[in-house]
Design a protein around this ligand. Structure first.
Ligand code: NAD
Length: 446
């Protein structure tokens, strides 16, 4: 559901007025609905490498209307710009300008996706320059697109084919309505692991997933989304949130576990509940989090300690139990909720920023420990999301935070949940140790 301002300027008099006054013109974003088409128009595959040909063939196999050359004035649902073979910044001009000539013809809520290689794996300075150049190019392009269109990129380690399973998984995610509020971001694929789901509408079929902080807000949306995608959900929250928790657990036909995640035995309790009630444990989503904002000059020990305890220390302790458990060895997934405050910083949130930056560091380091048994761990960093928490912000600050991003609107809890559901799926098996921002390309900070 779009906010009131977005509804007002989306049609009729409000639309004309906003245009004339130069006011922000957000559009209602195309969000995933089961059964909806992957993209809403022809897909231009740009680039002349063998990897680009392979992508065009794959997209044809997905039933999409694929073009290698766009017809003038054709409304495109997406442009996939394949740059996997560039060796020097000079190589960028032709394919990039060719794609650029079609940008005016993008449909509302269209997608631009680049596929290229990680600069870290480049063999020469020129190749590293070209690859890193794509980072700056993509982030700039995302700021130029209008009407709900987004630009995101897939980075492949050297030797990985453009059609490796998680590259295709990431491509489907970026093309679909599941990535509505992800803009100007990259997903890095570092191995050939990953499996495309048998049923793309039920990518989590047969999985048992634990979601902490599931009684309300983003956590409740994660529980609903994982259930929609086929998982059996264990909803965890503090005993004081018991009634709300039971309601969410019933709605998703899962089970409720009343538990303070900062307890020493929280990891053990989570594993025990999942295995005793559902026979297995595949996915853990660390979503529970708290804020206790104060300028550092006014910060007391209680505020500092409680935020660190819930937002990062609890996750570290639970992960230790998970990694030690024989029940968490079958290509398991951990997805942790960080925040853009942990990347760009936020006034009044030194404790929260430390805890959320900590989540990103923890994820990077834990990836190696999950790797031997095919496990992955990633973080999702939300920006401004429309929840009870952000509804309480003073009007002017809230309105500024809501508009200061490339999509000119706040995200929905479902947008965060969709990114988590993707990272928790088999299709994302080759993606680990990373952080994906769900922030509409926030313009403030990093
Ligand atoms: P929320 O306050 O609405 O929900 C958090 C849930 O976590 C609550 O149900 C709460 O009872 C539960 N919880 C708190 N402490 C717990 C504990 N010790 N044990 C078990 N459960 C506990 O918050 P939200 O807005 O839905 O945020 C969810 C996550 O997303 C948090 O990690 C938050 O930091 C992060 N986040 C939110 C935003 C946003 O804009 N709302 C932005 C960036 C990051």
């Amino acid at each position: 559901m779009a906010d009131k301002y977005t509804q007002l300027v989306s049609q009729g008099l409000g639309k004309d007025l906003a245009k004339r006054l130069g006011l922000p013109q957000p559009v209602e974003l195309r969000r995933y609905r089961p059964g909806a088409p992957l993209v809403t128009g022809p897909v231009l595959v740009s680039g002349d490498s063998a990897g680009a040909d392979d992508i065009a063939t794959t997209l044809l196999g997905w039933g999409l209307d694929v073009r290698r050359n766009a017809l003038p004035k054709e409304k495109l649902g997406a442009i996939v710009l394949v740059l996997d073979a560039v060796q020097h910044p000079d190589d960028l001009g032709k394919p990039v300008l060719t794609a650029g000539a079609s940008l005016r013809d993008l449909a509302v809520n269209a997608r631009v996706v680049t596929i290229s290689r990680t600069a870290d794996s480049a063999q020469s300075p020129a190749s590293a320059a070209a690859r890193q150049g794509i980072d700056g190019l993509l982030r700039s392009l995302a700021k130029e697109l209008r009407a709900g269109a987004t630009a995101n990129g897939i980075l492949l380690d050297d030797d990985l084919a453009t059609t490796s399973p998680s590259a295709l998984g990431a491509l489907r995610f970026f093309l679909s309505g599941r990535s509505a509020y992800v803009d100007g971001q990259f997903l890095t694929v570092s191995s050939t692991r990953g499996l495309m789901p048998g049923d793309p509408e039920k990518p989590l079929a047969g999985k048992v997933a634990v979601v902490t902080g599931a009684a309300r807000g983003i956590g409740a949306a994660i529980a609903r989304t994982l259930h929609r995608d086929g998982a059996t959900v264990v909803a965890v929250d503090i005993p004081a949130a018991g009634d709300h928790l039971a309601r969410v657990a019933n709605e998703v036909r899962g089970t409720a576990l009343q538990l303070d995640i900062s307890r020493d035995d929280a990891g053990h309790r989570i594993i025990e509940h999942a295995v005793e009630r559902h026979g297995r444990l595949d996915i853990v989503v660390h979503n529970a989090g708290i804020t206790r904002d104060r300028l550092l000059a006014n910060m007391d020990e209680g505020r500092w300690r409680s935020v660190i305890a819930v937002n990062i220390a609890a996750q570290l302790r639970i992960n230790e139990a998970l990694l030690a458990s024989e029940h968490f060895k079958d290509s398991p997934r951990i997805v942790s909720v960080a925040s853009t405050s942990g990347i760009a910083g936020n006034r009044g949130q030194t404790n929260y920023g430390a805890s959320k930056g900590g989540v990103i560091g923890m994820v990077r380091s834990t990836a190696a420990h999950m790797e031997p048994f095919g496990g992955t761990i990633n973080a999702v960093a939300p920006g401004f999301i429309e929840t009870e928490m952000t509804a309480k912000m003073p009007f002017a600050i809230r309105e500024a935070a809501r508009r200061l991003n490339s999509l000119k609107q706040g995200g929905q809890p479902q947008d965060v949940a969709e990114a988590i559901a993707f990272l928790a799926s088999d299709a994302a098996g080759g993606i680990t140790g990373g952080v994906l921002r769900v922030c509409g390309q926030q313009l403030v900070g990093a």
